[in-house]
Each structure stands twice: as structure tokens, then as C-alpha cells.
Design a protein. Structure first.
Length: 423
């Protein structure tokens, strides 16, 4: 549901159910899906794929295993249409009450109640319920004839318990603060300089510049710049990075991935050494290792592929103020809107929405709308200080790959990268 200027501008409720059937021969995948869950429909889908041998029926037969999903009934665990409308009205009212400069509020609320039933021909089965709820708030403020727009969002694996007055206050205040910041912010002339990545949403650096290159399908095909570097020292020993599917309520939490592998915490970089890739079953079998629980898919229409969950750097020992104090001239990057990476070369670019100019160890000027450009492995090697203030960012982050979108999160303590291009 979307609320704009006190009125619902969009509302939608959809209920979908279906089954996907996958056969794997080596690294070759054959996949089909159907929305006909009768035994006839499932058999027809199964016959349409290439299988090394006839597909066995698991768990007592199709009628026993695949029953129509009950997510429609479990929508009661969400807020409902009337509750969502009242909640969004409270969001709008809070924004206008906090700052008289607010002239427009656009708020979005979304709930996805996904129920999954899984069976593998080796006998693995599981049943899982995955609620996911998000709130996004866009604020427009006007001062002295000038307008600025800012935003904030949250997303968690929760149902109705997600909605609270405390959440409204937190997200709306963050959106207003970001918008207010833009009135005084400006741009600077670009060039190479030190960049301090603030704790939290700067974790997009790990996700885009490094995380995708650790996904084992890119390693298997030789497309990643980290191919063949397992066990090698790739950055300073003070740096350890994990991809975690066990954080309670986190958007990337998985009790089981979409290949039946239990959720787990995977150490990608341990004290500067490349320790593991992100494996699905296919890549794990190819490399002769155990899967790491990273086989994910958007829905029954899509085959699982290696995907991140919650990717973050473990805290170091430096204090944030000491990191900033060490910089003669550079920037502190605080919030971002998007990023891109070339997997093979490792080159990345991020769009920084807000930040600060650092001069002689002090924050002197608010900044906005800058590009940060670099190379993933080089940026890793150039991290010289790691803060003790790790923060997981729970903004509404969706990761796209091969036409599929899945929910993720990321985190970072404050870190100093000695040199990146700012433009």
C-alpha cells in the first residue's frame, strides 16, 4: 500500500502458489515450474525437464507433499488493509508534527507472507514460513523557496510485530534528518583521496565490490576476480568478513536455503585470508566441498543460484573519532542510493547521497551527490583502519541477479580506505 498526501495512491494484494522442479546433471540444470499442483500437473512439469533418471516421488507421493499453500490464511499474521492504512496515516502525521518544513510525505508498506515446502530426491524435506515486512518513507521539505527530498526505510522478517510507534518515530526522524542535511550540503571537486566509510549502510561496499565476486557460480566459471585465490592473503589481517543467514529477524535470515541446506554463518575472509566462497549445491559439488546455505531463489518460478544473505565485516579496535582524526583531507561517506560492480574486473561505483568533507581530522562541510569509484580487491587491500562500531543496516535492500530479486542486508564498522576516486 502506498499513501501520498493523505490518500492511498496504490493498493495491491496478490496470492500466488506453484511448484518448481529441478534436475541437475553435473553443472547443467533443467528447470520447470507450474501453478497446477495436482499430481497430473506436477507429473507434466517433471516430464518436461531433462533428468538423468526418472524422478522419484518423495514423502509419500505428490498429494501428500504438495498441498495448496496456506499463506492466504496466514495473512492474518500481518496488519491487514485497514491496519496498513492507519499505520501509514500515523507515519504522515508524525512527519508533519516533527518538522513544519515537511510539505509532502509518501510512505510505502509491503508485506510478503511466503510459505515454502521442499523435497529433494535424496530424502531431504522441510517446511518453512517466511514473513517479510518493509516500510519506506520519502520526505519533501521546503525552506526559503528551495526543496529537498530524503528517504529512509526498514525491512525485517516479521509479521504484525514489525509495526510499532517506535519504528514510525525512528524511520521518520531518519528521513527528516537526511532531508534537512541536504539544504546545507554541496559537492566538491573530485580526485583520489582517503574515504572513511561510516558504520551501517556503507556495507554496500562489501555487497557490491566484494560479495558478488565471492558467489561460487562466478568462481566456477572463472568470471570472478577472486577465482583461484582461496587461502590467499587478500587484505590486512585486521579484516574478517562473514555472510550470515542466522541473524534473528534479519531480511537475509534463512532457516533453510532453497536447496534444503540449513542456514549458517559463513566466514568469507578470516584475518585477511580468503577462507570460503558462497556455495550452492551445484558449485559445492563441483569443488568437492559442503554447500554454505547460499542457494536462493526469488520464487517457485526461478531455480536457486548462489546469493548473499547478510554480509558484514567484523569490528576492529579503532575508535571512529580516531579514524576521522587520521585523515588530512578526504570524505566521510554516510548514505548511498545504489551501486554497481563488474564481477570480472572487480571495478565498482557507488552513488553517495550524503557525507562530510574531512579537513585536518575534522568534519568541516556537509556533502551530497558524489560518485565513489574503485576496484574491489584494491579497496580491500587499502583498508588501513577498522572501527569497533559494527552496525547492521536493516534498510529495505533487494539484490538483483539473473532477473531474480532477493532480500539482503549488509553491515560495516567505520573503516578507512586510504585511496578511492571521488567524483
Amino acid at each position: 500500500m502506498v499513501l501520498q498526501d493523505g490518500k492511498v495512491s496504490q493498493a495491491q494484494q496478490v496470492c500466488l502458489y506453484g511448484a518448481g522442479i529441478r534436475s541437475v546433471r553435473g553443472t547443467e540444470t533443467s528447470y520447470a515450474y507450474t501453478m497446477d499442483l495436482s499430481e497430473e500437473g506436477l507429473t507434466k512439469a517433471a516430464k518436461s525437464i531433462k533428468a538423468p533418471s526418472p524422478l522419484p516421488l518423495v514423502g509419500g507421493g505428490a498429494d501428500t507433499l504438495f498441498t495448496p499453500l496456506s499463506a492466504r490464511e496466514r495473512m492474518g499474521e500481518g496488519l491487514g488493509e485497514a491496519g496498513a492504512y492507519r499505520f501509514l496515516l500515523d507515519v504522515e502525521a508524525k512527519a508533519h508534527a516533527l518538522d513544519a518544513s515537511v510539505i509532502r510525505v509518501k510512505a510505502y508498506v509491503s508485506q510478503r507472507m511466503q510459505e515454502v515446502q521442499f523435497a529433494n530426491s535424496d530424502g531431504t524435506t522441510f517446511h518453512d514460513f517466511r514473513p517479510r515486512t518493509s516500510l519506506s518513507v520519502n520526505i519533501v521539505m521546503e525552506r526559503g523557496g528551495k526543496t529537498q527530498m530524503g528517504f529512509a526505510s526498514r525491512m525485517m522478517q516479521m509479521g504484525a510485530e514489525f509495526f510499532s510507534d517506535a519504528l514510525i518515530d525512528e524511520v521518520v526522524r531518519e528521513a527528516i534528518q537526511r532531508t534537512d542535511f541536504l539544504f546545507a550540503a554541496s559537492q566538491i571537486e573530485g580526485g583520489e583521496m582517503p574515504v572513511v566509510m561510516a558504520a551501517g549502510s556503507s556495507g554496500i561496499l562489501l555487497h557490491e565490490a566484494i560479495g558478488h565476486a565471492f558467489e561460487a557460480d562466478f568462481i566456477r566459471t572463472g568470471d570472478s576476480i577472486f577465482t583461484g585465490k582461496l587461502g590467499q592473503q587478500i587484505c590486512h589481517p585486521s579484516i574478517s568478513i562473514v555472510d550470515d543467514g542466522t541473524l534473528p529477524g534479519d531480511a537475509g535470515m534463512l532457516r533453510y536455503d532453497d536447496e534444503g541446506v540449513p542456514g549458517q554463518r559463513t566466514v568469507l575472509v578470516h584475518e585477511g585470508r580468503l577462507n570460503s566462497y558462497l556455495y550452492d549445491r551445484i558449485s559445492a559439488r563441483h569443488f568437492g566441498v559442503e554447500p554454505t546455505g547460499n542457494g536462493r531463489r526469488e520464487s517457485f518460478r526461478c531455480p536457486p543460484i548462489p546469493r548473499m544473505r547478510s554480509t558484514y565485516m567484523l569490528p576492529g579496535e579503532a575508535k571512529e573519532e580516531d579514524i576521522i582524526r587520521s585523515v588530512r583531507r578526504g570524505i566521510l561517506a554516510e548514505s548511498f542510493t545504489n551501486g554497481q560492480v563488474q564481477i570480472g574486473a572487480g571495478d565498482f561505483t557507488f552513488f553517495m547521497k550524503t557525507g562530510w568533507l574531512i579537513e585536518n581530522g575534522k568534519l568541516t562541510r556537509p556533502l551530497r551527490d558524489l560518485n565513489i569509484i574503485g576496484n574491489g580487491p584494491e579497496a580491500l587491500r587499502r583498508i588501513s583502519m577498522v572501527g569497533d562500531n559494527l552496525r547492521i543496516d536493516h534498510s529495505a535492500s533487494m539484490c538483483g541477479k539473473e532477473g531474480q530479486k532477493v532480500a539482503v542486508s549488509q553491515g560495516l564498522p567505520t573503516v578507512l580506505i586510504d585511496k578511492l576516486i571521488v567524483g
